[in-house]
Design a protein around this ligand. Structure first.
Ligand code: GLC
Length: 428
């Protein structure tokens, strides 16, 4: 299994990553699409450019929060659809080093997260509402889609030179990258329209082992050729379902499991949205992370920093609580995947070789049944929270329901309100 996906071995082990959406849109604070969705004028958006000065930006603090939450990798926007570059690109003046902050935000992000031991990636929007050669009139989400003055554009190859040039800057000026996260393809704008083969060959000439998402071919909608028998050069290394967890995991057309990563907002926006308090709390985050792992997938959980360069307080609180659970139970995540045993009704299994993790959502009356796992296969059971021994159990009660092992968790006080984990070591 996964022989075709050697490159993503570390990714499929680490399972849990931080997504960061940050940029000028943090000032209007209505999400990352604000320039397009509200069709803001260039003058208004340039106003944010002339103002942007996130004086509290301290990416080392962000990196500590991510590491302590149990996250193993992080991906930050280098450029989003509005075209603003968070890095010092020679191809444009529309960049963070030209704003009052004068800083290369990408470089500081990469340095800080590497220093905290996380793998690092960059999100790069192949859509660009700012570039004079990018289609605008009657085009998709462009802020000038209704403006006839935007019918005539420079030749599209001027944009491709710009886009490929910037991606090469990111691959040559900022040290090793572990992930490049493109976003996104639509309509006829996909694949070779982006000169994707040339782009990917260039990136891999710098970083042969970098892993790519699948959005040079698709968006959050569709899997792309990665799910076919013959993936293209630019298929990417993982499928990127967005704000949904695949009900059954993801298989290719041959029925083989393929790597996938669910990217999920912590509230309902990627970019900072001041009025959006609809946060997923730590219980939801942990249980959804386990759901991803139980289906052999990853979770990339997003935080949208504000205009001052701060993570929202609620995001920090949630990640801190997630970290407390991960500190004791992370082994049920890292290196784990879908179990060979069927999903139990009281929760989920994850599995790492001969170790099965029973993640109990709904404590039983009496002993905990272990559906699919015969008692004769069980070598030992431990409460992962503290390593304490748990004993297999059977008596006249379980005798009525044979064919599986039962484990006794003697006190309800031993259960964790988020998820209780029993580590089951199987006999070889
Ligand atoms: C969608 C959104 C984009 C966001 C991305 C994250 O493409 O349009 O704003 O960056 O999802 O996956």
């Amino acid at each position: 299994m996964y022989e075709k996906f050697k490159r993503s071995e570390w990714f499929r082990h680490d399972r849990f990553g931080l997504f960061i959406h940050w940029g000028l849109y943090s000032i209007p604070a209505r999400g990352e699409w604000v320039r397009g969705s509200e069709m803001l004028s260039d003058e208004e958006f340039m106003g944010f450019f002339n103002e942007f000065n996130p004086s509290d930006y301290n990416p080392r603090e962000w990196a500590k929060i991510a590491r302590e939450a149990g996250m193993k990798y992080a991906v930050m926007t280098a450029k989003h659809h509005d075209g603003f570059c968070l890095f010092d690109s020679k191809y444009t003046d529309f960049k963070s080093t030209n704003t009052p902050c004068g800083r290369d935000l990408v470089r500081e992000f990469l340095d800080a997260f590497r220093a905290e031991g996380l793998k690092v990636g960059l999100y790069y929007s192949i859509i660009d509402w700012n570039h004079p050669a990018y289609p605008a009139y009657q085009h998709h989400s462009h802020p000038h889609r209704t403006d006839e003055a935007y019918k005539e554009r420079e030749p599209f190859e001027n944009y491709l030179k710009y886009m490929h040039g910037q991606v090469e800057e990111l691959c040559t000026n900022y040290g090793h990258l572990d992930i490049m996260w493109y976003d996104y393809s639509y309509g006829e704008m996909r694949g070779e329209k982006w000169e994707a083969t040339k782009l990917v060959n260039m990136v891999r000439s710098h970083f042969p082992d970098i892993i790519l998402d699948n959005r040079l071919e698709v968006s959050g909608e569709g899997f792309g050729s990665l799910a076919t028998e013959h993936p293209t050069v630019y298929s990417g290394d993982f499928v990127s379902p967005e704000c949904i967890i695949p009900p059954e995991g993801i298989l290719n057309e041959l029925g083989e499991p393929i790597p996938w990563e669910a990217c999920i907002t912590l509230n309902d926006h990627w970019g900072y949205a001041a009025a959006d308090d609809n946060y997923k709390d730590e219980t939801v985050v942990v249980r959804k992370l386990i759901e991803c792992v139980s289906k052999s997938g990853n979770m990339l959980l997003n935080v949208g920093p504000d205009a001052e360069g701060r993570f929202p307080d609620r995001s920090i609180e949630i990640l801190r609580e997630v970290g407390k659970w991960m500190k004791k139970n992370g082994n049920a995540v890292y290196g784990a995947m879908k179990s060979e045993f069927p999903k139990p009704e009281w929760g989920r299994y994850t599995q790492d070789g001969n170790t099965v993790y029973a993640l109990v959502l709904d404590p039983p009356v009496g002993p905990l049944s272990l559906p699919g796992i015969p008692a004769k296969r069980v070598k030992s059971c431990r409460l992962l929270n503290d390593g304490s021994e748990l004993k297999l159990f059977n008596d006249w009660r379980t005798g009525n329901f044979e064919g599986m092992a039962y484990v006794n968790i003697p006190r309800y006080s031993m259960y964790d309100k988020i998820l209780t984990v029993v580590k089951i070591t199987l006999k070889d």
